[in-house]
Design a protein around this ligand. Structure first.
Ligand SMILES: [Zn+2]
Length: 247
Protein backbone atom coordinates (compact mmCIF):
# COMPACT_ATOMS: atom_id res chain seq x y z
CA UNK A 1 0.00 0.00 0.00
CA UNK A 2 1.31 3.46 -0.90
CA UNK A 3 1.01 6.50 1.39
CA UNK A 4 1.70 10.05 0.21
CA UNK A 5 2.86 12.38 2.98
CA UNK A 6 5.00 15.42 3.65
CA UNK A 7 7.87 14.47 5.92
CA UNK A 8 10.92 15.92 7.65
CA UNK A 9 13.90 13.66 8.36
CA UNK A 10 14.77 14.05 12.06
CA UNK A 11 17.22 11.12 12.18
CA UNK A 12 19.19 9.41 9.42
CA UNK A 13 21.38 6.41 10.19
CA UNK A 14 23.56 4.44 7.79
CA UNK A 15 22.38 0.84 7.42
CA UNK A 16 24.28 -1.81 5.48
CA UNK A 17 26.31 -0.44 2.57
CA UNK A 18 23.97 1.82 0.73
CA UNK A 19 20.79 2.05 2.81
CA UNK A 20 19.72 4.44 5.51
CA UNK A 21 17.11 4.12 8.24
CA UNK A 22 15.23 7.39 8.66
CA UNK A 23 13.05 8.73 11.43
CA UNK A 24 10.54 10.93 9.66
CA UNK A 25 8.14 13.43 11.22
CA UNK A 26 5.21 13.31 8.82
CA UNK A 27 1.85 15.03 8.58
CA UNK A 28 -0.16 11.86 7.90
CA UNK A 29 1.60 9.24 10.04
CA UNK A 30 3.18 11.27 12.85
CA UNK A 31 6.69 10.01 13.65
CA UNK A 32 7.53 7.00 11.55
CA UNK A 33 10.57 4.83 10.80
CA UNK A 34 11.33 4.59 7.10
CA UNK A 35 13.90 2.45 5.32
CA UNK A 36 15.54 4.25 2.40
CA UNK A 37 17.18 1.73 0.12
CA UNK A 38 20.22 2.53 -2.00
CA UNK A 39 20.31 6.20 -1.01
CA UNK A 40 24.04 6.19 -0.23
CA UNK A 41 24.84 5.08 -3.78
CA UNK A 42 26.18 7.63 -6.22
CA UNK A 43 23.41 9.12 -8.35
CA UNK A 44 20.62 7.90 -6.09
CA UNK A 45 17.65 10.14 -6.91
CA UNK A 46 16.51 9.88 -3.27
CA UNK A 47 19.86 10.87 -1.70
CA UNK A 48 18.85 14.46 -0.78
CA UNK A 49 15.55 13.36 0.73
CA UNK A 50 17.35 10.94 3.06
CA UNK A 51 19.50 13.71 4.57
CA UNK A 52 18.96 14.97 8.10
CA UNK A 53 16.59 18.00 8.14
CA UNK A 54 15.45 17.58 4.56
CA UNK A 55 11.69 18.07 4.09
CA UNK A 56 10.13 16.25 1.14
CA UNK A 57 6.84 15.19 -0.29
CA UNK A 58 7.24 11.44 0.03
CA UNK A 59 5.58 8.35 -1.32
CA UNK A 60 6.05 5.56 1.23
CA UNK A 61 5.40 1.91 0.62
CA UNK A 62 3.82 0.17 3.59
CA UNK A 63 4.10 -3.55 4.11
CA UNK A 64 2.92 -5.10 7.39
CA UNK A 65 3.47 -1.87 9.30
CA UNK A 66 6.95 -1.23 7.90
CA UNK A 67 7.61 1.70 5.62
CA UNK A 68 10.12 2.24 2.85
CA UNK A 69 10.82 5.34 0.78
CA UNK A 70 9.61 4.88 -2.76
CA UNK A 71 9.54 8.41 -4.22
CA UNK A 72 10.43 11.84 -2.89
CA UNK A 73 10.33 15.42 -4.05
CA UNK A 74 12.47 17.81 -2.00
CA UNK A 75 10.51 20.74 -0.54
CA UNK A 76 13.21 22.39 1.60
CA UNK A 77 16.75 21.45 2.62
CA UNK A 78 17.42 24.22 5.16
CA UNK A 79 20.85 25.04 3.75
CA UNK A 80 21.25 27.80 6.36
CA UNK A 81 21.57 25.13 9.07
CA UNK A 82 24.36 23.19 7.42
CA UNK A 83 27.02 25.89 7.44
CA UNK A 84 26.49 27.03 11.03
CA UNK A 85 27.40 24.77 13.95
CA UNK A 86 25.23 26.62 16.45
CA UNK A 87 22.10 26.48 14.28
CA UNK A 88 22.77 22.83 13.47
CA UNK A 89 23.21 22.05 17.19
CA UNK A 90 19.90 23.73 18.09
CA UNK A 91 18.08 21.93 15.24
CA UNK A 92 19.57 18.65 16.50
CA UNK A 93 18.15 19.39 19.94
CA UNK A 94 14.69 19.90 18.39
CA UNK A 95 15.11 16.54 16.63
CA UNK A 96 16.08 14.81 19.89
CA UNK A 97 13.01 16.25 21.63
CA UNK A 98 10.77 15.14 18.75
CA UNK A 99 12.25 11.65 18.86
CA UNK A 100 12.19 11.19 22.62
CA UNK A 101 8.70 9.77 23.15
CA UNK A 102 8.89 5.99 23.12
CA UNK A 103 5.62 5.45 21.30
CA UNK A 104 5.25 6.50 17.70
CA UNK A 105 1.88 8.26 17.51
CA UNK A 106 0.03 9.14 14.36
CA UNK A 107 -2.13 11.82 15.96
CA UNK A 108 -0.91 15.41 15.97
CA UNK A 109 1.73 14.86 13.31
CA UNK A 110 0.57 17.72 11.14
CA UNK A 111 0.75 20.32 13.94
CA UNK A 112 4.12 19.07 15.15
CA UNK A 113 5.50 19.12 11.62
CA UNK A 114 4.26 22.68 11.07
CA UNK A 115 5.76 23.82 14.39
CA UNK A 116 9.10 22.22 13.58
CA UNK A 117 9.24 23.52 10.00
CA UNK A 118 8.43 27.06 11.20
CA UNK A 119 11.26 26.89 13.73
CA UNK A 120 13.73 25.44 11.20
CA UNK A 121 12.86 28.12 8.61
CA UNK A 122 13.50 30.80 11.25
CA UNK A 123 16.73 29.16 12.41
CA UNK A 124 18.00 28.59 8.90
CA UNK A 125 17.16 32.15 7.85
CA UNK A 126 19.14 33.65 10.74
CA UNK A 127 16.77 36.59 11.23
CA UNK A 128 15.52 35.71 14.72
CA UNK A 129 17.49 35.30 17.97
CA UNK A 130 18.21 31.60 18.58
CA UNK A 131 17.04 31.89 22.20
CA UNK A 132 13.61 33.10 21.00
CA UNK A 133 13.31 30.24 18.47
CA UNK A 134 14.32 27.75 21.16
CA UNK A 135 11.78 29.15 23.64
CA UNK A 136 9.02 29.16 21.00
CA UNK A 137 9.72 25.56 20.01
CA UNK A 138 9.83 24.33 23.62
CA UNK A 139 6.74 26.20 24.81
CA UNK A 140 4.59 25.26 21.85
CA UNK A 141 5.85 21.66 21.82
CA UNK A 142 4.84 21.31 25.47
CA UNK A 143 1.43 22.87 24.80
CA UNK A 144 0.84 20.53 21.85
CA UNK A 145 1.89 17.59 24.02
CA UNK A 146 -0.77 18.51 26.61
CA UNK A 147 1.55 20.22 29.11
CA UNK A 148 0.66 23.88 28.62
CA UNK A 149 2.04 25.89 31.56
CA UNK A 150 -0.35 28.29 33.33
CA UNK A 151 1.07 31.73 32.64
CA UNK A 152 -2.07 33.78 33.23
CA UNK A 153 -2.65 33.99 36.97
CA UNK A 154 -0.58 33.75 40.13
CA UNK A 155 -0.45 30.16 41.34
CA UNK A 156 -0.42 31.42 44.94
CA UNK A 157 -3.35 33.85 45.14
CA UNK A 158 -4.98 33.64 41.71
CA UNK A 159 -4.38 37.31 40.82
CA UNK A 160 -4.24 37.94 37.07
CA UNK A 161 -0.61 38.68 36.25
CA UNK A 162 1.14 41.23 34.07
CA UNK A 163 4.64 40.27 35.08
CA UNK A 164 5.79 37.68 37.57
CA UNK A 165 8.38 35.22 38.85
CA UNK A 166 8.23 31.81 37.18
CA UNK A 167 9.15 28.48 38.73
CA UNK A 168 10.03 26.44 35.63
CA UNK A 169 10.03 23.07 37.37
CA UNK A 170 6.31 23.59 38.12
CA UNK A 171 5.29 25.59 35.05
CA UNK A 172 3.87 28.22 37.36
CA UNK A 173 4.14 31.98 37.74
CA UNK A 174 3.71 33.99 40.96
CA UNK A 175 2.94 37.62 41.78
CA UNK A 176 5.27 39.86 43.84
CA UNK A 177 3.55 38.98 47.12
CA UNK A 178 3.58 35.21 46.64
CA UNK A 179 6.91 34.89 44.82
CA UNK A 180 9.51 32.41 46.03
CA UNK A 181 13.04 33.79 46.60
CA UNK A 182 14.23 31.81 43.57
CA UNK A 183 12.84 31.49 40.05
CA UNK A 184 13.02 33.43 36.80
CA UNK A 185 11.65 36.96 36.59
CA UNK A 186 9.50 37.41 33.50
CA UNK A 187 8.70 40.99 32.47
CA UNK A 188 5.20 41.93 31.26
CA UNK A 189 6.55 41.86 27.71
CA UNK A 190 8.19 38.43 28.11
CA UNK A 191 5.06 36.97 29.71
CA UNK A 192 2.85 38.34 26.97
CA UNK A 193 5.23 36.90 24.32
CA UNK A 194 5.02 33.47 26.00
CA UNK A 195 1.20 33.61 26.00
CA UNK A 196 1.23 34.57 22.32
CA UNK A 197 3.55 31.65 21.49
CA UNK A 198 1.29 29.21 23.34
CA UNK A 199 -1.93 30.22 21.61
CA UNK A 200 -1.22 31.95 18.27
CA UNK A 201 -1.68 30.62 14.76
CA UNK A 202 1.53 28.74 13.98
CA UNK A 203 2.52 31.03 11.14
CA UNK A 204 2.65 33.92 13.66
CA UNK A 205 4.73 31.94 16.16
CA UNK A 206 7.66 34.34 16.18
CA UNK A 207 5.71 37.58 15.70
CA UNK A 208 6.79 38.91 19.07
CA UNK A 209 9.20 41.64 20.01
CA UNK A 210 11.41 40.85 23.00
CA UNK A 211 14.78 42.10 24.15
CA UNK A 212 17.78 39.71 24.17
CA UNK A 213 17.49 39.45 27.98
CA UNK A 214 13.76 38.65 27.75
CA UNK A 215 14.39 36.01 25.08
CA UNK A 216 17.06 34.40 27.27
CA UNK A 217 14.74 34.41 30.30
CA UNK A 218 11.99 32.75 28.26
CA UNK A 219 14.41 30.18 26.88
CA UNK A 220 15.71 29.41 30.37
CA UNK A 221 12.13 28.99 31.63
CA UNK A 222 10.86 26.88 28.70
CA UNK A 223 13.94 24.63 28.62
CA UNK A 224 13.84 23.84 32.33
CA UNK A 225 10.06 23.36 32.17
CA UNK A 226 10.36 20.91 29.27
CA UNK A 227 13.14 18.88 30.94
CA UNK A 228 11.19 18.76 34.17
CA UNK A 229 7.96 17.55 32.49
CA UNK A 230 9.74 14.96 30.36
CA UNK A 231 11.97 13.96 33.29
CA UNK A 232 15.15 13.78 31.26
CA UNK A 233 18.05 15.76 29.88
CA UNK A 234 19.19 16.06 26.26
CA UNK A 235 22.79 15.57 25.20
CA UNK A 236 22.20 17.70 22.10
CA UNK A 237 21.15 20.57 24.38
CA UNK A 238 24.27 20.13 26.52
CA UNK A 239 26.32 20.37 23.32
CA UNK A 240 24.39 23.44 22.15
CA UNK A 241 24.95 25.12 25.53
CA UNK A 242 28.65 24.24 25.42
CA UNK A 243 28.92 26.36 22.27
CA UNK A 244 27.79 29.40 24.29
CA UNK A 245 31.32 30.63 24.93
CA UNK A 246 32.43 30.55 21.29
CA UNK A 247 29.12 31.72 19.84
ZN1 LIG B 1 0.00 35.86 44.29
Amino acid sequence: MFVTTRGLVIRSVQYKDADRVLTVLSDKLGRVTVKARGVSRKNSRLASSAQLFCCSDMVLYENQGRYSLNEAQVVEQFEGLRSDISRMALASYFAEVLGCEEEEEEAGGEELLRLTLNCLYALSGGKYPESLIKAAFELRYMAQSGYEPDLYSCSGCGEVLESGRAIPERGEVYCKNCAAPFGIDLSANALSAARHILTCELKKLLSVSVSPDEARALSDFSGRYLRSCLERGFKTLDFYNSLGDIR
